[in-house]
Design a protein around this ligand. Structure first.
Ligand code: ADP
Ligand code: MG
Length: 323
């Protein structure tokens, strides 16, 4: 059972950032409005995620670590309409197989909750304890029992870079949630929540957005487009500042990138890239988010129409601003 878990873990848990992604998605699924992520040594030493979400029923805390015990996956049809982020029911079992986990969770306001400790997939503790409502999960010594995997880890800076990326994407996709990321005690991200996208952009890119970001707003029968695009003084030398969010989920899609760039480059320098956060909302039947759950790719059913609409909307907006 343990070995099976370790093998499966390799697919879900590639590096510290994959753990952060899974834990933060669970916190989002739980309806948290504040999610704090504390990591040490790029996440290899410690990852702690504290949320103020629904918490877990004391009776379910141990079961959350058993494979598929809680899978949100219902049927093939749901794959096309899924809204909740987690649907595989294997993140916690996989993480617990290759680390030392302490889960503290309460689903009520009595001040009491449950503490579960699992090391390398083995249950060490499961008892009632004092806990505020929400979930506080700590992952220590990731890959301590899988030296082959540990050997693949890069420098602390590289692992930290991946963790930061995961946090930036979640903060952009969820401006309604307050996110904090601290590494070895230093605050690297602090978004305020409350839906203020400009504040999220400012906190990630360290810029004063007030006069330099133009709001995007456009809609037709199929799509609602919103977000922000930077004016020329915010252009960048690479695509690292281009974010696309579909139905509240950070995604990557080559066609959308190209559509944005076509619009941008008719007006602005060809060798530069915009700082842009493009949010698209559409009926779930127009997008297949499950091309690969761990990656960020999606497929649109009316791709050409969508790309044309995005290109057109941004071109019109920029021509008003720039000319
Ligand atoms: P999945 O998210 O695919 O269901 P996970 O292994 O990530 O599987 O989590 C297992 C279950 O544990 C979840 O379905 C949820 O019920 C519970 N859970 C995990 N993290 C949290 C959290 N932060 N808040 C509330 N419930 C949680
Ligand atoms: Mg999950």
């Amino acid at each position: 059972e343990h070995i099976a878990n370790q093998i499966a873990a390799g697919e879900v848990v590639e590096r510290p950032s994959s753990v952060v992604k899974e834990l933060v998605e669970n916190a989002i699924d739980a309806g948290a409005t504040k999610i704090e992520v504390l990591i040490e040594e790029g996440g290899l030493e410690l990852i702690r995620v504290v949320d103020n979400g629904s918490g877990i029923d004391p009776e379910d805390c141990e079961a959350a670590f058993y494979r598929h015990a809680t899978s949100k996956l219902l049927s093939g049809r749901d794959l096309f309409q899924i809204r909740s982020l987690g649907f595989r029911g294997e993140a916690l079992p996989s993480i617990a197989a290759v680390s030392k986990v302490r889960l503290l969770s309460s689903n009520n306001d009595t001040g009491l909750g449950q503490a579960v400790v699992i090391e390398g997939g083995t249950l060490k503790e499961n008892e009632q304890t004092a806990a505020p409502k929400g979930t506080d999960i700590t992952i220590k010594e990731l890959f301590y029992n899988t030296p082959a995997r540990l050997k693949y880890m890069k420098t602390i800076q590289t692992e930290l870079g991946h963790v930061s990326d995961v946090m930036y994407r979640q903060a952009l996709a969820h401006p309604e949630i307050a996110f904090i990321l601290r590494h070895n005690g230093n605050t690297l991200l602090q978004s305020q929540g409350g839906g203020d996208m400009l504040q999220v952009i400012a906190s990630i890119y360290g810029i004063n957005t007030s006069k330099k970001m133009v709001s995007i707003s456009s809609e037709n029968l199929d799509y609602i487009i919103s977000g922000y695009i930077g004016l020329p003084e915010l252009t960048r030398s690479n695509r690292g500042g281009m974010s696309t969010i579909v139905n509240g989920r950070y995604i990557r899609n080559q066609g959308l990138h190209q559509a944005i760039l076509r619009a941008y480059h008719t007006l602005l320098p060809i060798n530069r890239y915009p700082l842009v956060v493009l949010m698209l909302d559409m009926h779930p039947s127009l997008v297949d988010v499950n091309v690969h759950p761990a990656k960020l790719e999606v497929r649109f059913s009316k791709e050409a129409e969508l790309n044309a609409f995005v290109e057109d909307s941004i071109r019109r907006l920029l021509s008003e601003q720039v000319l």
